[in-house]
Design a protein around this ligand. Sequence first.
Ligand code: GLU
Length: 304
Amino acid sequence: MNYKKIIQEVFTTVDAIENKGNLASYIPELASLNPNKFGVHIVTTSNIKCGLGNYQEKFSIQSIAKVLSLCLAYKILDGDLWKRLGVEPSGNPFNSLLQLENDNGIPRNPFINAGAIVIADVLISNLKNPKEDLLTFIRSLSSNNDIHYSAKIAASEKSVGYRNIALCNFIKSFGNIENEPCDVLNFYFDLCSLEFSCEHLSELFLFLANNGKAPHNGNQILTKSQSKRINALMQTCGFYDESGEFAFKVGLAGKSGVGGGIIAIHPNQYSIAVWSPKLNKKGNSYKGMKFLEGFTTLSEQSIF
Ligand code: GLU
């Protein structure tokens, strides 16, 4: 498969289309992003690499980080984790409070904000230094150690984090948050502030295309079964109320973030990251979605 040629062709096409959508203006720091940034990077399990556009520039990965915190929590609690949250698509926006009332404070899945807040609580309960320990875990996934939280972005989100504050307190009222809501929220905002380039992000996530094994050193990060389940969750819940559309049009396991990034996994084949900050109505990168749709269509390769 000549990935380089396909990426070049799809990138050129998508680069030329009208850049529709809006920046994530509800977080002040994200509202000032350059909307014309566009980058993509692929790395295969056989170590073929290819990047185009702004693929070496760091951006705020936002909800993509929820996959990483979930992996660590799953490693710690294994199947017991699912006593605290579900594995069903929510069919609702990422920051919705609606279903929590009926579901007694058990979030539908780990990728809506409610679920990621519960995962943050699990990590605080089980780690000595959650913030540092999470970074150590993420640094173990690739050979590149240059991984940092952005204090500026975390503070910016916190300053307007009314819905997440409401979500955390609401879940606490059902007894599904063990720690102080302010500690859980601070950790959640830090998590969402992580910054990566497309190049680094695709390399970091390659273990999920490699049956849970980190390709750079052969360490088994998750069991094969756990890795399969994380991919399944990304496929069914990774794009909020657009997850069905992503499966339909792209056909990969993936996760988006409101910073305009998307990571997508083709098990046993590759990990691909794309970044373009303008978001469609569902909060997913407009050009990122278009690029991945074009990529799997032209390569005629998807998990289906
Ligand atoms: N930090 C964002 C929030 O909580 C994450 C949402 C996203 O990236 O989809 O609103």
